[in-house]
Design a binder for this molecule. Structure first.
Ligand SMILES: C[S@@+](CC[C@H](N)C(=O)[O-])C[C@H]1O[C@@H](n2cnc3c(N)ncnc32)[C@H](O)[C@@H]1O
Length: 171
């Protein structure tokens, strides 16, 4: 075997890592905390509201919702590493009684009790959630989506959050 074949070894490894990251159709890129605060404010989150983050990543939106808005927060996340990491941060912040992380696929869990839903997902996943929202959510539930509008839904408000817009809807 020629020596230069060894230089190709990292290529499949990199491709595998890239595939692991993109296969959920939503890269695990967290929202800036200031953007989350703006989004929760725009959704008029108040004390004891139940706030869901669908695809909760490292749990930062849940922590902000619980700590700064006194909400009860529930995250659904399918990446086990992020579930572990977010649970660790939540217990470090002693917020276990205000935040729950469900390790599951967002399409497999019912979300009937939500007052506010925050999403920061791919365009495709965002559209896929539309029918689920219509089926499961109570009238008056607020949905705030970062970066991708819900096509066919009436936008209540749209604000600039960093380099993209966030869109507010009401069921
Ligand atoms: C762009 S990140 C957003 C993270 C977090 N919401 C935030 O704003 O910082 C999208 C997250 O959704 C998760 N995700 C993607 N598809 C999912 C699914 N079907 N069920 C549960 N989580 C999912 C990814 O693992 C990732 O952590």
């Amino acid at each position: 075997m020629e020596w230069y074949w060894f230089s190709l070894i990292p290529v499949p490894v990199l491709l595998w890592l890239w595939f692991e990251l993109i296969r959920d159709e939503a890269l695990p890129i967290p929202l800036p905390k200031e953007t989350i605060r703006k989004m929760l404010k725009l959704s008029s989150v108040k004390e004891n509201d139940i706030v869901y983050d669908l695809g909760s990543g490292d749990g930062r939106a849940l922590i902000i919702a619980a700590k700064e808005f006194n909400a009860k927060a529930i995250g659904i996340e399918k990446n086990r590493l992020l579930v572990w990491l977010s649970r660790l941060t939540i217990s470090k912040n002693r917020l276990q009684d205000r935040i729950d992380i469900v390790h599951d696929d967002i399409f497999k869990k019912k979300i009937r009790d939500a007052d506010v839903i925050l999403i920061y997902l791919s365009h495709k996943l965002t559209q896929k959630l539309g029918p689920k929202f219509q089926k499961e959510l109570n009238k008056g539930t607020r949905i705030i989506s970062a970066s991708h509008p819900l096509i066919g839904w009436k936008i209540i408000r749209k604000i600039r959050t960093g380099h993209f817009y966030s869109y507010l809807y009401k069921v």
